[in-house]
Design a protein around this ligand. Structure first.
Ligand SMILES: [Zn+2]
Length: 120
């Protein structure tokens, strides 16, 4: 069974929720629609532009091979101990706040800890 992954950038015709950060994608906003077949199962998910960018950077800058190897909704698991961890965490949390999704305390604590280390 061959695997397949396709992504298209489209405008939202109604309000959606980003599969990564749970934030709102507003009507008219550009978002990224992923559809795939993996081991015979079809699936799809939507990402806002910020999450799409973060995930692309994580894939290109870490040891993750490609988009089929990530767990959508838990990309922050891959930030840890990377040079860009603070940058990614900050972008992720700010994006969630902007989209009315509640950033997890776990991620906020991690960012704050990194900020302290960075400023020492
Ligand atoms: Zn998102």
């Amino acid at each position: 069974m061959s695997n397949f992954h396709n992504v298209v950038e489209v405008s939202a015709r109604k309000q959606y929720k980003c599969a990564e950060c749970c934030g709102e994608i507003l009507v008219g906003e550009k978002y990224f629609r992923h559809s795939y077949v993996q081991d015979g199962d079809f699936g799809s998910y939507k990402l806002d532009a910020c999450c799409e960018k973060i995930i692309s950077e994580v894939i290109s800058e870490t040891s993750i091979y490609d988009v089929d190897n990530i767990v959508i909704g838990e990309i922050y698991e891959q930030f840890e101990f990377h040079d860009s961890e603070l940058e990614w965490l900050t972008a992720y949390i700010d994006n969630q706040a902007k989209r009315n999704a509640k950033p997890s305390q776990f991620l906020i604590d991690r960012r704050d800890r990194l900020l302290v280390i960075t400023n020492e």
